[in-house]
Design a protein. Structure first.
Length: 278
């Protein structure tokens, strides 16, 4: 696992079951350990565990335990959505009256989870994104009616290990969340690719164009992160009337330009999220 610096000591008490330790599940595990959670508190169910997880098993983490199980304080579902129907029913033994079930499976609704888990389960559905791998993700969460105030706080703490957390009161918003922040990193990476390609078209050597695009996007994102100004103001601060930036923005902000294309893209992703959820 990584060596991410702990933000604070974990307040989690009891046992935590992580179901699925792919990229996102592993990122969450990394974050929990960095914040002070002990390997002996964690059970991982993963048919193809990475070497790092096997190493943690030698430090007390329970990996794919056999035999009798008992209720956990929290279960985090990080398996692929298409495997959910088979993965969820065996987890019934881990679900007790006070167990929090936190799902980060894309497209799987609260209704689906309630049908697949024991009656009365306290469930939170969340959508993180890939910057979680460096602790800079953003997760949006929605809870069913069984969640207590304490369990909501617990879910926030578990998600905070990979970045910031927002809550919504309407599950229907999760499709748009998926389209904007869940898929959003891909849009930023595509922007970087497109900037590099455009630089090459303008005459720059490919290696230099790629380096300039990457550093410009990364630096601008960090400036936005550190600044108290909003994105529109930062954009205006770069733009001199009649200058080179203004000439480019006349194209990007014109009819059928960048905002229009991105709006269409996010609407398409929202629609697809609803289709996948059934």
């Amino acid at each position: 696992m990584g060596t991410r610096k702990a933000k604070r000591q974990s307040k989690f008490r009891g046992t935590l079951v992580l179901v699925g330790a792919g990229k996102m599940g592993a990122a969450m595990l990394d974050g929990w350990l960095a914040r002070g959670l002990k390997p002996r508190q964690i059970t991982v169910i993963e048919p193809q565990p990475r070497k790092a997880i096997k190493a943690l098993a030698r430090r007390g983490l329970k990996l794919n335990p056999k035999g009798k199980t008992s209720a956990a304080n929290a279960i985090v579902l990080a398996v692929k959505p298409q495997t959910a129907a088979a993965a969820l029913p065996p987890l019934a033994a881990y679900v007790g009256k006070t167990t929090l079930v936190l799902s980060i499976m894309a497209g799987r609704t609260i209704g689906f989870l309630e049908k697949s888990l024991p009656v009365g389960a306290a469930i939170v559905r969340a959508m993180p994104n890939t910057p979680a791998a460096i602790g800079r993700g953003i997760s949006v969460a929605f809870a069913n009616t069984k969640i207590s105030t304490g369990q909501r706080k617990q879910a926030s703490d578990l998600l905070a290990a990979i970045g910031k957390v927002e809550w919504v009161g309407d599950e229907a918003l999760m499709d748009a969340v998926t389209a904007l922040s869940g898929s959003g990193p891909a849009y930023v990476f595509l922007l970087t690719e497109a900037m590099a390609s455009a630089g090459i078209a303008a005459g720059l050597p490919p290696a230099l164009a790629t380096h300039l695009a990457r550093e410009t996007v990364a630096g601008s994102a960090e400036l936005l992160n550190r600044s108290d100004l909003d994105a529109a103001t930062l954009r205006q601060n770069v733009t001199s009337p009649g200058g080179t930036t203004a000439a480019a923005l006349d194209v990007l902000m014109g009819p059928g330009g960048f905002e229009n294309l991105l709006t269409q893209a996010i609407i398409a992703a929202t629609r697809r999220s609803r289709e996948l959820a059934g």
